[in-house]
Design a protein around this ligand. Structure first.
Ligand code: GLP
Length: 239
């Protein structure tokens, strides 16, 4: 695990974007795993800037997103589908048919999870971008008593509902989501996790120094051979 500590989120965004650009320029048909939330937004801004300057093209990449809310229309302003399109996909040349999401509105969620896991088996993720929840969740793998394997439907924890409900000003936040499982995330060739702010310091301490335990799902990353953790000083303050 390699730690990179920066002064602020913008610097992190530039550094992470550079790693992604290097990857895509080396292998134009890279498979990229993307995350939502505030943490990766500066990275997405830097990717868009680089694309506009002609430094990279995303026309042959395939993307997989980590998670999606259940029972929220795909085009709702708070769906992760909308988030990714507004913050990245609408501004670059990725092909819509190469963009993959879990369908949180699928009637048969088990079949939907199998469909996604089959795609993930066919398309090995080159770089998986991750944020981390204040409670140590990755994707929507909440603290529990066992590590999760493939994609599944999860009931969100109160900590996650409290953290994310600020985005839901009109409608109540969904309490369920579909997420890639921990073992699927761990199969990515490289993992880049971004965390900023004091609110993430406990989770980062657990991730880096804690026991490997499903009560802090991010701690499993200690077992991955190629993980880069990008932090600001506040998120790194307990290390
Ligand atoms: C959400 C997402 C995660 C994200 C995390 C942190 O619940 N499901 O993928 O990493 O919360 O979000 P933020 O970066 O906004 O703190």
């Amino acid at each position: 695990m390699i730690l990179h500590i920066f002064n602020n989120a913008e610097e992190i965004g530039k550094a992470v974007a550079n790693l992604i650009i290097e990857q895509v320029n080396e292998k134009p048909d890279s498979v990229l795993g993307f995350a939502t939330g505030a943490s990766p937004v500066p990275t997405y801004k830097s990717l868009i800037k680089a694309y506009n300057k002609g430094k990279v093209s995303f026309k042959d990449i395939t993307t997989f997103n980590l998670d999606e809310y259940c029972d929220l229309p795909k085009d709702d302003k708070n769906s992760y589908y909308t988030f990714m399109h507004e913050n990245l996909f609408n501004h670059i040349d990725v092909k819509e048919e190469n963009v993959n999401f879990l369908n949180g509105n699928a009637e048969d969620t088990d079949a939907e999870c199998v469909r996604y896991d089959d795609l993930l088996t066919e398309n090995k993720i080159d770089i998986q971008l991750l944020g981390v929840g204040r409670n140590g969740h990755i994707g929507f793998n909440e603290p529990s008593n066992k590590f999760t394997k493939g994609s599944f439907k999860v009931r969100l924890s109160q900590s996650t509902i409290d953290a994310n409900s600020i985005y839901f000003d009109e409608n109540p936040m969904p309490h369920y989501a579909l997420t890639m499982g921990t073992v699927s995330i761990m199969k990515s060739k490289q993992i880049i996790l971004i965390a900023t702010g004091r609110g993430k310091a406990d989770a980062i301490d657990g991730l880096v120094n804690g026991d490997i335990t499903p009560s802090c799902p991010a701690s499993v990353l200690q077992l991955h051979p190629n993980v880069h953790i990008f932090l600001d000083k506040a998120a790194a303050s307990l290390l």
